[in-house]
Design a protein around this ligand. Sequence first.
Ligand SMILES: [Zn+2]
Length: 511
Amino acid sequence: MRIWPLSHIFRMFIAICFIANSSLAAAQPLGTARLPTLGDDGEMSASAERRLGDDIARELYRDPDYIDDPQLLEYVGTIWQALLGAARSLGEISPELDEHFSFELFLEHDRTVNAFALPGGFMGVNLGLIGVVATPDELASVLAHELSHITQRHIARLIGRQAKTMPLMLGAMVLGILAASKNPQAAQALAVGGQALVVQNQLNFSRDMEREADRVGMGLMVPAGFSPRGFVDMFDKLQQANRINDNGSWPYLRNHPLTTQRIADMQARQPRDAVPPHAPGAFSLEAHGLLAARARVLAGPGVDALRQWEDAPADRSFATLAPAERAATLYAGVLAASQLNQPATARSLLARLRPLVAQDAAASRQVRLLAADVALRAGQPEAALPELLATGASQQRPELLLRAQALLALGRASEISGDLQSWVALHPHDAGVWQALASNLHAQGQVLRAVRAEGEARAAQYDYAGAVDRFKAGQALAAKSSTPADYVEVSIIDTRLRAMQLLLREQAAER
Ligand SMILES: [Zn+2]
C-alpha cells in the first residue's frame, strides 16, 4: 500500500517549485486582467516542458493506478476534446503549444476527488472525480479549469527561471517521490518524501492563477457545448464537501481553496436565464449517470461496498428512486456482482436494467457494453459478441477492444486483426490498442509483428528503453527467419529502432 496516491505527486512537485518562485507569484497583479506574459528569461519553453511531461507520464503509465477503462476514457475524452476544440478556436492554445504539447488525457484508479494538469499538456483525472459529478457540465468545468492552467502556461511560470538548469532535477525529484511512495523503507526515498510531505499543504498555483483558470475555463464552456452552470454547481459541490469533511478524500479542495472572491466571480459570469444541463456528442445525461456509477465501482472501494451495490436494487428505497437513479443503481449492481464473480445475479439485474434505458440510445449502448463486460468476465465470450454488434457503434474503441478480447478467447483472433491495424494506423499513440494487437498477433503465431506491436505500445507510453528492447528482440527473431513478409516488417522495425535510439540519446543528453 502506498503512502501518497500518485495524483499527489505533481501537486507536491509544483508546490516545491512554488516556494522557489514565491516572489514571482507575489508580483502578479490582482483582478481579472490577464497575467503578464513572461519574457524569454522567465518561461520554460514549450518543448522543454513537454520533455519533462514525457518523463513524468512514462512513470505514471507504469504505475498500477493507471487505468485504461475504454468506456470511461472515451467519455471523459469526448468532453476533453470538445474543450480543446473550443480553446483552439478561441486562440487560447497557441500554435507553439499545439505543436509541442500532448494534450493527452489519462485516468487514475483513485477514489479521491481530483484532476491535475501536468507539464507538457498531460491531464490526469481520478475515477473519484467522475464518480461524484452529477452532470457532464460539472466534469467539464473541472477539466476546463485545469486545461486553462495548461494553456495560460501557469506551470511554465511556476517552474520559471530555474527551468533551464533544473529540468533534470525536477524530473529526478518526481521520480524520487515516486520511489518513496512505493518503497517507504528506503532511507533516501524517505528523505525526499519527508520534504514533499512538508510542502504538500502549500498552494500550487497563486490565487490569481486560480482566478484566471476559472475565467478562461468558464469562457470555454458554451463554445464547447456545455452549460456554464457547471462551474457554479461544481463550486456548490466543493463547498458542501468542505463543510462535511476534510478527511483527504477531496484533494481537489486542498489545492483549489474556494475563496468568496472565486465564487462571486463565477456567479457574476452566470447567464441570467436557467440553462439546462448539456451532454457531449454521443452521450446523454442518462449515460452520464451510468458512467459515474461505473467510475464509483471501478475506483475499488472494497468488497463491502461492492456487496452493498449488489444488494441496493433489492432495497425497499429502490422503488422511490427516479428512473435515472434506478438505472444508475442497477448499473452499479450489475458491475459489482460481476466483480464479485456472481454472474447469475449480474444477469438478472441486467434484465431489469435494459427496459429502463430502452428509450435512450446512448444509455442503451452503455448497458450493452456492460453486458459484454459481464459475459467476458463470466467466461462466455460468445455471449459478448452480439451485444457488441448491437451497440450501433461497432467501430468505436470500447467495442473494438471488447470484441478483440472476445474473439481472442474464442480462438478467432484473425477476424479482428484488420480492424485493430486500422485503428493504430489512425491513432499511433494508442498503447492500449497496440497491446491488444500484440496479443492478437501472438495468438496467430505472427511473433515478429506481435513483438513490433509490443514495442509500439511501449513507445506510445514514452518508454523508449522498453521500445528499444522489443525492437531489438524483433531484429533477433528476424535473423532466424527469411520470409518476404518478414522482410517488410524487419525494415519497419529497423527504422523504428533508430528513431527510439535517437529519442533515448536526446534524453541522456539532457541529464
Ligand atoms: Zn486550479
